[in-house]
Design a protein around this ligand. Structure first.
Ligand code: COA
Length: 251
């Protein structure tokens, strides 16, 4: 449960709304757990045939809450790991409706979404080394596969911010809609998807996502390096520079 994640069932479509607009929908531990709950519910409920994930207000999500990063991981399995496992395992089509900035995990989670649509106001950024960390969520494997090395390196290494049209050219998203009709268009497509043959849809998704073992293996590898970096002076320096709204100066 999280007051910052709302789920809503409309027929066979489950919508998960990331709802923390004052913090640009940055994801806390509690929010990862609540999104994982929604994805697990969709996986388990045969009557749910499509999931929409979107953000409230003007952002999709600004990624992991930077305060949570600095505070360290809670005891037991980190909620972010549960979230990533749930997004990889979910056998129902997941439609990411990117309504605004998608930063960090906000971008990398798109690589686990089956349909990725952008409002023309969406932007995309994952400057991990600029923040003293490394790509996560299997993205060091999946992003180059999705968009090719040139775009992946522009995003991860140069820290480039992509517009919706650039994300379309890169192949990170497949359609861009005007902001005014964006959610309506996404809901229309979700209801078409939800009306398809459920077994064929589940098997189609399984075939397309047949590299799950390799993705999980890469995630574990990335996670170990990411967590070590979170404890490093590089991350401390980058995070405090972000909070003070200046660029970090690394030695
Ligand atoms: N964690 C915690 N708080 C965040 C956040 C994050 N990841 N991203 C934004 N916020 C907070 C800001 O600190 C600010 O809080 P305040 O009003 O209390 O000062 C509020 O959200 C608004 O953010 P701001 O940067 O002023 O909004 P903007 O419209 O100028 O820019 C973004 C929006 C999303 C482009 C920008 O906030 C951003 O790039 N954030 C991403 C941070 C990041 O590096 N995330 C990657 C984590 S791996």
């Amino acid at each position: 449960m999280s007051k910052h994640v709302k789920t809503d069932r409309d027929g066979r479509v489950l919508s998960i709304l990331i709802d923390r607009p004052d913090k640009k929908n940055a994801l806390t531990h509690e929010m990862y757990a609540a999104i994982a709950d929604g994805l697990e519910r969709a996986h388990d409920d045969d009557q749910i045939r499509c999931v929409i994930l979107t953000g409230a207000g003007d952002s999709f999500t600004a990624g992991n809450d930077l305060g949570d990063f600095a505070a360290g991981l809670p005891e037991g399995k980190p909620p972010v790991v549960r979230f990533l496992e749930a997004i990889v395992a979910c056998d129902k089509p997941l439609l990411a409706a990117v309504n605004g900035p998608a930063v960090g995990v906000g971008l990398t989670l798109l690589l686990h979404s089956d349909l990725v649509y952008a409002s023309e106001q969406a932007t995309f950024r994952s400057p991990f080394p600029h923040l003293g960390v490394v790509p996560e969520a299997g993205s060091s494997l999946l992003l180059p596969m999705a968009v090719g090395n040139a775009w992946a390196n522009d995003i991860f290494i140069a820290g480039r911010v992509l517009t919706a049209q650039e994300a379309l050219s890169a192949g990170l998203v497949s359609r861009v809609f005007p902001a005014a009709s964006f959610m309506e268009e996404c809901r229309k497509i979700a209801s078409i998807v939800a009306a398809q043959a459920p077994n064929a849809m589940r098997e189609t998704k399984r075939l397309i996502r047949s590299n799950r073992a390799a993705v999980m293996e890469r995630m574990a590898k990335e996670g170990a390096i990411f967590n070590a970096q979170l404890k490093s002076p590089e991350f401390m320096l980058a995070a405090s520079a972000y909070m003070q709204r200046r660029l970090p100066e690394f030695d």
